[in-house]
Ligand binder design. Sequence first.
Ligand code: V55
Ligand code: FE
Length: 482
Amino acid sequence: MTTLFPETPEFLGALYHPSRVEADVLDLEIEGTLPAAIRGAFYQVSPDPQYPPMLGQDIYFNGDGMVSAFFFEDSKVSLRRRYVKTARLLAQRREGRSLNGVYRNVHTNDPLAATNNTTANTTVLKYNGVLLALKEDALPYAMDPDTLETLGVYDWNGQISSATFTAHPKVDPATGNLLAFSYEAKGDGSPDMAYFEIAPDGQLLHEIWFQAPYAGMVHDFAVTENHVVFPIIPLTVDVERMKRGGPHFQWQPDLPQLFAVLPRKGNAADVRWFKGPANAFQGHTLNAFEENGRIHVDMPITGGNVFYFFPQEDGFVPSPETLSSSLHRWTFDLSSPNDQVEPHALNDYQCEFPRVDDRYIGRPYEHGFVLAFDPTRPYRPENGPIPFQFFNLLTHFNLRTGASDSWFAGDSECFQEPIFVPRSADAAEGDGYVIALLNHIADYASELVVLDANDMAAGPVARVKIPLRMRMSLHGSWAPAE
Ligand code: V55
Ligand code: FE
């Protein structure tokens, strides 16, 4: 018998109550006019636990990966949802209960749990004919990009020997190569990292293995034409703590924001380490580029530990209202021996989940799209306390002019990470559409909204209705029709 999910913020309310619904819905209702130029698939994945947690509580990041595909064709949209049929999910279904304990801690699993602990729940990306469901704790799972049938663990035909693979790979717009990395690449707590460059036909072109001074979370990274930058977040791993049943990660307020900078065609001896201020959290990469031997990396930074579920040793976590992530630029000067870096601010408001026009990844650029939070906008108190990952604005940020153009959807609404779809293959940078999930907190419902990137404040040109509950999610991607 499956009992109720716990009544904790991790499982409660419109955003976090598990959905668990696999579905096929043909021709979703659309309010407004969907531009016919939008042809392709928007894939995204949410952590969506099949069963209530074995230990009676759990963190949001530990839910089973549920993939949603919105197929856009001829001004119509259809939705398909399937769980990633991971070994972990299949073992749970066999036993009819959760078998997995603490997040990323196999020492706390039931003996009947699958050996492969991944939930494949952080992003989905179509590459070389398969849809990859990715989580940074293991190799990806491949799915059929049309049927969403799970094909199995994907080790790139045996070419990738790492234990793990990032959930933030990037496609180089010049070559189409997939740029990716691993941390804890030789297993839990190992300081080993690896950089991979894979060709569009799936061939591994180049790999670089190196070691960090300690094992810490490397959630996202940054790429330029010739370099890659790895931000080591001050959340460290201790296998002895895990064996005692403790958390995989622990916040270290005294450690710097550490960065490894590496030439893409280099080797381990070329790695340069840079240190930024301590007690701050490097967020997702907006974009990066290089000019005259200097590498610029743009990302939101939070002054403190945003991951309250990975506290520091004494249990302290900052209260949410003291944490604010705004956009900063790090500049790494490879011609200088100085290994200290200070970020400088690009904007002054809370934002995260940054995206660019994918055709400008790693190149000088002007347009960013972010979720932002304006605490002065109305919020309906009947909706309860402001939930984790709450952003009430969908914003276009122009890095050249500094201007922001935002849409506020209402006092009970929040957004999920947007994607940008160019108006046409040869449209100018940033000329196109912004597509994002919009959560209606009061109604326990979601819509997919489509905005013109040139006029965000005007609100959506189309709202695609979703006739089922979707749980809050992290990331997704756009796959243009071929
Ligand atoms: C993140 C999300 C994860 C994870 C590690 O957003 C980091 C960051 C959904 O799972 O396992
Ligand atoms: Fe992420």
